[in-house]
Design a protein around this ligand. Structure first.
Ligand code: NAD
Length: 500
């Protein structure tokens, strides 16, 4: 595989690049682990503490800066992302193994977030509201929270950080950014672009490393907000560690056990396409990937046959090959985890309709590739139908009446995304009203996002602080500001203002 020399990894702390940390971490391409994408220093505890102190000290002047000038940095950033779209997509495809067209789409999504943030720069930052007392003017103003830690996963290494960095910095917060240890190169390129766009060097810090680096950020009482996207287990740990800090906000976007409901009146071709995209796009490594297909019994045989036949034809291989539908799993441990779930499904009584396993595509024979696993299992409480698998692994469950499908869809600890394939507006509405999810789709796959919509789930999938456009409420505090224009003090609710 052709690739330029490995990237030199650097930390961005206190306005300067630092290329030495506590050790070196190699980012390898999952489609060819011999290819080294870059060598990255792991931030030491002292470097992390310095980054935290810098973010704290930079906050007052960044907060006082004109919001419009902050927004204009995002305008310049948008142009740089447009300039570098192709090279960013290429780097991402190499580093995380997503097909190039998907990586390009992700860069565009990141661009849209930056454009959205720029566009809100001149929008109101508060409201004027009435007071019970006519002489009083009452205002609501949004003010930044302070220091924000942004801890992100590998599977959307460009768009997800921008969902968080954008609103945080626009509103006047300063940010400590820890990209995933599996996508440090994309994280570093993003920070380089922020600096080129003219963001002051102290308002954004880049810290490479894995759990220990994230943990030290979470443990710091200076950090007012933790914006976390990743697995439910890590999200829960972060929330537990933050519980003692009463003014700490944690926004946690986590995993899913998402489903596509295929109603009896579904158009078969649309159902098959939606199910394939939901289950296997990105090799099932999206938080919103479906690992459950809830199919009306009357359609089951026809759907299953077409679904399995289409899965057989999927082209799996080198992410740089334009024909590739999906690429490798991110690393050997992720591949092995999916293989364990494949075996578990069988031991839990599944009828295997298509056996998945390791493959060696001719255009990338050394990567962590897996073919799709499809099974039929009518035991909804089986672990394979309850736990997030994060790979090309999907179970088909059948139902007779719609309430059964609703119970099945709701019957996990997660609640991130859900799709229904139907021609009936009554079915569609019932699903919308009765199912618990953050992102719902009708006659679409249960994947895909647009930045001006909130992105976040319920139950183990998220704690109610949606990302992207929804995040502004998490990184700001709404203050009330009441001004009396009268000659004397008058209080609301008839409270007496007399002082004896
Ligand atoms: P992960 O939870 O392993 O890691 C996420 C980030 O947390 C990484 O940067 C990691 O270094 C850091 N981290 C790990 N342990 C930590 C700790 N103890 N304290 C602080 N930080 C710590 O997740 P991943 O494997 O990178 O990503 C896959 C997961 O992310 C899946 O569960 C997927 O569903 C989820 N995800 C969710 C969304 C969403 O918006 N809901 C989006 C993308 C991915």
């Amino acid at each position: 595989m052709m690739h330029p020399a490995p990237m030199i990894g650097r930390l961005w702390i206190a306005g300067e690049w630092q290329d030495i940390g506590s050790g070196e971490w190699l980012s390898r391409s999952p489609s060819d682990p011999e290819t080294i994408i870059g060598r990255f220093p792991i931030a030491t505890p002292e470097q992390i503490d310095r980054a935290i102190a810098t973010a704290r000290d930079a906050f007052p002047s960044w907060r006082r800066q004109s919001r419009i000038l902050r927004a204009e940095c995002f305008d310049r950033l948008a142009r740089l992302i447009e300039r570098d779209t192709d090279s960013l997509a290429q780097l991402m495809a190499m580093e995380i193994g997503k097909p190039l067209s998907e990586c390009r789409a992700e860069v565009i999504e990141g661009l849209h977030m930056v454009q959205y943030v720029f566009g809100t720069g001149r929008e109101p930052i508060g409201q004027i509201v009435a007071s019970e007392i006519p002489e009083k003017d009452a205002f609501v103003r949004r003010v930044p929270k302070g220091v924000v830690a942004v801890i992100t996963p590998w599977n959307f290494p460009f768009a997800v950080p921008l969902w968080m960095l954008g609103p945080s910095l626009l509103e006047g917060n300063t940010v400590l950014f820890k990209p995933s240890e599996s996508s440090p190169a994309v994280g570093q390129r993003l920070v380089e672009l922020f600096l080129e766009a003219g963001f002051p060097g102290e308002v954004l810090q880049l810290l490479h490393g894995a759990d220990a680096v994230g943990e030290r950020l979470v443990q710091s009482p200076v950090v007012q907000v933790v914006l976390f996207t990743g697995s439910a287990a890590v999200g829960r740990t972060i929330m537990q560690q933050s519980a003692g800090m009463s003014d700490r906000i944690v926004a946690a976007e986590m995993g899913g056990k998402n489903a596509v409901i295929i109603a009896a009146d579904a158009q078969l071709e649309m159902a098959v396409n939606a199910a394939i995209l939901s289950a296997f796009k990105t090799a099932g490594q999206r938080c919103v990937s479906a690992s459950r297909l809830i199919v009306a019994e009357s359609l089951l045989a026809r759907f299953t046959e077409r679904f399995v036949a289409t899965a057989d034809r999927l082209r799996i291989g080198n992410p740089l090959n334009p024909q590739t539908f999906y690429g490798p799993l991110i690393h050997a441990a992720a591949r092995d985890n999916v293989l364990r779930y494949n075996a578990l499904a069988e031991s839990e009584g599944a009828e295997i309709l298509r056996r998945g396993g390791p493959i060696q595509p001719s255009d990338a024979p050394h990567g962590y590739f897996l073919s799709p696993q499809i099974y039929r299992l009518d035991s909804p409480k089986a672990r394979c139908l309850q736990e997030e698998v994060f790979g090309p692994h999907v179970g088909i469950v059948s139902f007779r009446e719609l309430p059964e499908a609703i119970d099945l869809a709701n019957g996990t600890d997660y609640g991130l995304s859900l799709a229904v394939i139907t021609e009936s507006y009554r079915t569609m509405r019932l699903i919308r009203e009765e199912c618990r999810f953050g992102m719902g789709y009708v006659n679409l796959p249960c994947i895909g996002a647009e930045v001006h919509l909130p992105f976040g789930g319920v139950k183990r999938s998220g704690n109610g602080h949606p990302s992207a456009a929804g995040l502004v409420d998490t990184v700001t505090h709404r203050i009330a500001w009441t001004v009396n224009h009268g000659e004397s003090i008058r209080m609301a609710q008839g409270l007496t203002a007399e002082v004896p």
